[in-house]
Write a protein that binds this ligand. Sequence first.
Ligand code: PNS
Length: 166
Amino acid sequence: MTIAICPGSFDPPTNGHLDIIGRASRIFGKVIVAVLENQRKTPLFSVNERVMMLKRLMTSYQNVEVDSFQGLLVDYARLKNATVLIKGLRGMGDFEYELQMALVNRKLAPQVETLFMITNNDYSYLSSSIVKEIAAYGGDISALVPAEIRDLVLQKIRANDEKQQF
Ligand code: PNS
């Protein structure tokens, strides 16, 4: 069975992420959605919150697991016996960076293959940062994030705004 990893920050998960994970789950025996515990970024949601949101979204996907990781992605892939890394590509902006990552990861672990999945046209403009920005200014995010987590995202952004005001 081929095990694939869909890594990311997922701060928060978007419809674009869900589309890629769903498509990967139809191709591979097992998909691990892996949330990066990145000390350098200051995320809006804690790792636990992101894992909980993703678990909630993945309940109907029998072959998808949600986990978190620290350190190098290829080390985590080895630990999980995964041989494929799935990356979503929205456009050339993503490609530049992702190509470099794929080449570095191949240097570090030649047995792990990076596969790029082209985003669904409907989500080519979408990112977690865009979701946070729209929500922070009171815009409608219902077409951008799954319905199950929409209120959570709005609450968190409101709470974060209030914290910043004091
Ligand atoms: O959703 P993101 O923030 O674009 O995801 C980026 C992610 C998690 C895929 C990337 O930052 C990553 O793989 N980080 C782990 C550290 C690592 O292995 N870096 C590549 C070699 S330097």
